[in-house]
Design a protein around this ligand. Structure first.
Ligand code: SF4
Length: 370
């Protein structure tokens, strides 16, 4: 069942609407898949547990399996970060609160995780994230901006602070990040968000593929614009020689297209792999076991152990991270070195999972028609 385009402008889709205004109409044609991934289901459950504690209820609803130590630690950390706001007798606390913006012509209802409304005119919103993936800073995060603006339109006041709590973020400086929007910024946000929604709802909204917007788009498998990106990329690998002669902004656009095309090709390959895993035949290919490769067993545990070692050795621990995960073994060795003691540390952090069943080439196959 398709959804109205107006309703498609929910907070977590606003960045996509900003980058690809036409995505609202296209996505509206695809039914919403409410099957949650295990990670998303865990996140929903931990949100509920956190709000339970703030509301003076037992952390864990009886019907759930017992929480693990890590889950309890993460929930408690979030609660501790909010405790001083909850303890302030002047604050009114709201949890899992749906804002109604119909009077502002917004049909979706932004849902705040936790908020505190202070009679001084300050509102503080906490956005809880229980994943590892990098989350944009609230100053630049469209979801947070929508929450800030929606809360201000609903409750009034002079400023809104939005704080993202992400206890599993790989870098400690991302565990808690906040930004306070002043009245002028909130007024500007209101205009900006209305502009994005209006453009997304207009019949001639442009469709603009790009990595960020296509990644979570419901239409990404079928979207003709995403598919056609590949056709608009120059087909010669000597492109390096032409880069200097391009307008700088065209270099940016070209790179965005290449990244978007890479994503599309990856999905395409996944679809063919799925066909073969379901028994479909592709000559020259068969099902086999992928190479067994050792890898870090647990990114979080690895980063903690390697950072500790780096500090002990007087090295910069931040160099051991790429944006969301630890460096590979070879690069880690360049920083922390090898040797027997280090090898034993590396081995304790690594595992060699069984090879996956996947499509592999048949050696010696020749496509006679080519
Ligand atoms: S797949 Fe990408 S280009 Fe197509 S509608 Fe979605 S965001 Fe826009």
């Amino acid at each position: 069942m398709s959804t109205s385009v107006e309703k498609m402008n929910y907070s977590s889709a606003l960045e996509r609407r900003f980058l690809c205004p036409g995505s609202a109409a296209i996505e509206a044609k695809y039914p919403y898949d409410d099957t949650q991934s295990p990670a998303a289901a865990e996140g929903t459950m931990l949100h509920e547990c956190t709000c339970n504690v703030l509301n003076g209820l037992p952390m864990q609803p009886e019907e759930l399996d017992p929480l693990t130590e890590d889950q309890i630690r993460d929930v408690q950390w979030c609660v501790d970060e909010m405790q001083e706001y909850a303890d302030d007798p002047e604050n009114t606390m709201i949890t899992e609160y749906k804002l109604d913006l119909t009077e502002q012509d917004r049909l979706n209802k932004p849902r705040l995780d936790v908020g505190f409304i202070n009679p001084s005119g300050k509102i503080t919103i906490f956005e809880l994230k229980f994943g590892f993936m990098y989350v944009k800073h609230p100053r630049w995060n469209w979801q947070c901006k929508d929450y800030a603006c929606g809360a201000w339109l609903t409750f009034g006041g002079s400023e809104v602070e939005v704080v993202v709590l992400q206890p599993r973020a790989l870098s400690e400086d991302q565990w808690r990040r906040g930004y306070t929007f002043c009245t002028e910024e909130l007024q500007a946000l209101d205009v900006e968000i209305r502009g994005v929604v209006e453009k997304a709802c207009s019949p001639d909204a442009p469709i603009v593929p790009g990595n960020d917007q296509c990644y979570y788009c419901r239409a990404k498998e079928e979207c003709p614009a995403r598919k056609s990106v590949i056709e608009t990329i120059p087909r010669h690998l000597t492109v390096k020689d032409s880069l200097e002669s391009m307008e700088p902004i065209d270099r940016y656009r070209l790179l965005e297209k290449v990244i978007s095309a890479q994503g599309w090709l990856k999905d395409y390959k996944k679809a063919i792999d799925g066909y073969m895993l379901d028994g479909g035949e592709v000559p020259g290919w068969t099902l086999g076991e992928s190479k067994k490769k050792s890898k870090w067993r647990d990114d979080f545990e690895t980063i903690a152990a390697l950072r500790e070692k780096a500090i002990e050795k007087g090295k910069d621990p931040d160099k051991l991270l790429q944006p969301q995960k630890p460096l590979g073994l070879t690069d880690t060795k360049k920083i922390l070195g090898g040797g027997v003691a280090m090898k034993s540390l590396y081995n304790s952090l690594r595992e060699t999972p069984a090879g996956e069943v996947m499509p592999v080439r048949v050696k010696g196959f020749i496509d006679a028609g080519n």
